[in-house]
Design a protein around this ligand. Sequence first.
Ligand SMILES: [Zn+2]
Length: 532
Amino acid sequence: MEHGIDRRTFLKAAGAGAAGIVAAGSMPALAETGKGPVAVSTPLSTFSYGDVQLHDGPMKRQFEENHARFLHLDEDRMLKVFRQVAGLPAPGEDMGGWYDLTGFSLERTDFHGFIAGHSFGQYLSGLARAYAVTGSEETRTKIGRLVEGYGKTLDPKAKFFVDYRLPAYTYDKLSCGLIDAYEYAHIPLALEVHERLTRAIVAYLPEKALSRAEQRSRAHKDTAYTWDETYTLPENLFLAYQRSGKSLYLDMAKKFLEDDTYFNPLAEGNNVLPFEHAYSHVNAFSSAMQAYITLGSEKHLRAATNGFDMLQKSQSFATGGWGPNESFGEPGVGQLGDSLALTHASFETPCGAYGHFKITRYLLRVTKDARYGDSMERVLFNTILGAWPIQADGTSFYYSDYANTGKKSWYRDKWPCCSGTFPQLAADYHLSVYLRSQDGIYVNLFAPSSVHWTDGGAKFELTQSTRYPLDNKIDIRISTSQPHEQTIYVRIPAWATPGAASIAGPITSARKIRSASSTVASWRSCFDPKWA
Ligand SMILES: [Zn+2]
């Protein structure tokens, strides 16, 4: 069966469903082997990376550029800093930029040697996700060599982290890379290395998540950087628990939820975003979402939902970007407008977009509310799709510059944080275009792509062809191996007015379209559509 659907179609709004709590009121049973159970089964789920193919367009180009960049990045260079500290032979050139072991000092104006090896785990994660998309054996064998090479540098006390500036920051990324190498590239050693690292890193972490104010109060006055991001750890720890079944990770995840200064006030509707570091505090919303999914904690769902609303209403530019100078400002006093004259660091684009995609995807899965898809779309087209590709020497795109005198430019230092999140985000495009539910398939982003799935013994393939947003036509075709009812929900952006909507193609003017094999319905924000 085939349907052509115009983007401006406006049909019956699909209501939002409440998340189902599977184990309400009780903690999931702990398992020491296999998978750790979760408390909440979300109404929407993502497809696997390999179920979705991007077709020619800017999203596919960004994915392929990132995959190729890190597939061809020299392994000796990536491992060098870890080998140097371990006293092992460390051939290869220095990576340069933020990644190097030495060179940082407060007297310098750049951040050379800022956080040695900080992004290794993200490069590993990006490659693992790219393998899950492509099935490239060359990619998988590289991941295997990187995990083995990193594992050889890791001693039981993780001495790499002695006097290390930001241990939680780098552990969080290593954790993500290793559990992704296990989950997506099927490298069993990665989980073993992850456990060794986690048991050792505890000695370098505080007893709980610390806000930056708490860190400042504890810091020696000669310590320049007191903002380690312990509050972002739980997301990957909960995932490590889910993927390994080990309660070690569950216990640690709970310990590092930043409840007292962040999630508790957010859950009560108190806007505590102002003056916090922007990206890491949006990233922390994903830890709250994992606390909800894994533990069934409604408080953490409220914290993330409220926090995201505050982000949208009082911290965001028209582009969807947020956090000038990587900071949240005071609402209602014109801080975003003022920033246009004061800074060129308007939005930390690859990191910010990565965090934004993650939290909107979690909120979509839990609430089914299409406004989170609207928000993701806004950030996609206005921010990250404009980012330049990472260069061979680590030159990266970092800030979008919205200043009155703004211009597009590269970041000063090689291999910054944004070189780590970009390959992860570009792989995650494959998780973000379509979602699925027991009641059908949800078309979330308009992008040239296809997705395949099976339902009731029938094999389906949905193919989207579009130049959106350069063109307003979106052609969706569905093929199936045998007749079988299937509902396809198409997100109608809140800004698309009902009067402008129409359906083109062989089937028209129905509120809900039925055929031998499919049903098409729209899916739209259940809240005030005027927010956009
Ligand atoms: Zn960044």
